[in-house]
Design a protein around this ligand. Structure first.
Ligand code: PLP
Length: 381
């Protein structure tokens, strides 16, 4: 098996992740509830995860990091929690995933919020295009840091500079762990992350860092282990956004995954993945019938995700042939991002996505190039 679907979820995980999960499973664990020793130890496990995330993103106040099941949860908490009303205006990129597009579309329909997607220029998001669309009523800018389809990396910091005091909600699903973000806590307002992709943790983990001065109405209220005497859910972070027992086992794995990323460093992971991407793009140059989406060979404004089509092939047939004939696992279709495919002109057929991770080897990438070269002429004549 050659696993080139790290954009969906990373594989393999470092062995420390499984070890940490098993150790957490072996102890009774209800963090922040009972006062006995194993419960206190579970609380420390979660603190370890908060500390690792804080270090990764340069966050000073780790008590504002709230854990939940994934980045979709985090994005919903942020988008819904601001309490936007009729007439409020929200900007997003046009390379968004459904996990921001759907909550924004629902706000538009149900609350009358004006949602405007900033068009990509030549497949890229540009700071001036955001600046030009700001209005006095603009309450939020939502940005996918890197497209999960084309791999285009948005100039997020420059976009934040262009939008000034309007809060920026950054979806780091495709960048956390593989693009250095160790100063993000100083310029992002709301940072959403998922645990199971570049952070190398298990599924069922993710979270939201809420910048200072931002108040969010929780999506869910209930048991928090704090202020139990009151019928009112606590209004302080992280408890306000963390109703219910935490996923201690998952967060133990997430802490181990992020610690692995920190010790390897996101810069080194990025260098490795971009080297593989360069070999992939270089190897495919000039292949008849190939159409590539996203920044081409040598462009630094990308991550290690490449989407493509081959003439004569549907994306699903091509992905199936790659798996059947070569054991290469990719992802075909719309990648939960129809907006992006519309923007790139690949809707509704989609494309085949190759996404590389820290444990892929050059040999695997060259095998994928060879496979595409062999498959292209089968239908492309
Ligand atoms: C850019 C982007 N945002 C959000 C998500 C949703 O991630 P999750 O399913 O972990 O919530 C993904 C996952 O594919 C993604 O690529």
């Amino acid at each position: 098996m050659i696993y080139l679907d790290n954009g969906a979820t990373s594989f393999p995980k470092p062995p420390q992740v499984g070890t940490a999960i098993m150790a957490a499973l072996a102890a009774p664990a209800s963090p922040g509830r009972s006062g006995h020793a194993p419960a206190m130890a579970a609380g420390r496990t979660i603190h370890r995860a908060r500390k690792a995330i804080a270090k990764l993103f340069g966050i000073k106040d780790n008590g504002r990091i709230c854990f939940g099941p994934n980045v979709s949860w985090a994005l919903n908490v942020a988008i819904d929690g601001l309490g936007l009303q009729r007439g409020d205006h929200v900007l997003s990129g046009s390379l968004e995933h459904n996990s921001t597009a759907r909550p924004l579309a629902r706000l538009a329909v149900e609350k009358g919020v004006l949602w405007e997607a900033v068009p990509a220029e030549d497949g890229a998001m540009r700071p001036n295009a955001f600046k030009a669309r700001l209005r006095p009523e603009t309450r939020l800018v939502v940005l996918n840091h890197a497209s999960n389809v084309s791999g285009a990396l948005a100039p997020a910091r420059e976009i934040k500079e262009a939008i000034g005091s309007v809060p920026l909600l950054l979806d780091t699903a495709q960048t956390a762990g593989s693009v250095p973000l160790d100063d993000a806590g100083s310029w992002v307002d709301l940072l959403a992350f998922t645990g199971h992709k570049g952070l190398l943790g298990p599924t069922g983990t993710g979270g939201l860092w809420v910048g200072p001065g931002i108040n969010l109405r929780p999506l869910a209220v209930g048991g928090s282990g704090s202020h139990s005497e009151s019928l009112e859910h606590p209004d302080f972070l992280p408890d306000s956004l963390e109703a219910g027992t935490a996923n201690t086992h998952g967060l133990a794995g997430l802490a181990a995954g992020v610690e692995y990323v920190l010790s390897t460093t996101p810069a080194a992971i990025r260098e490795h993945e971009m080297r593989l991407t360069g070999h992939f793009l270089g190897g495919l140059e000039g292949l008849p019938g190939l159409s590539l989406q996203g920044p081409g060979l040598g462009r630094p404004d990308r991550v290690a995700t490449v989407s493509l089509n081959l003439k004569g092939w549907s994306s699903s047939d091509l992905a199936a042939a790659l798996e059947r004939d070569y054991g290469i696992l990719t992802r075909a279709g719309l990648h939960c991002a129809p907006m992006t495919h519309k923007s790139l002109g690949t809707f509704p057929g989609g494309s085949v996505r190759f996404s590389f991770g820290p444990f892929n080897t050059l040999e695997e990438i060259l095998t994928a190039v060879k496979a595409l070269k062999a498959l292209a002429p089968r239908k492309g004549r």
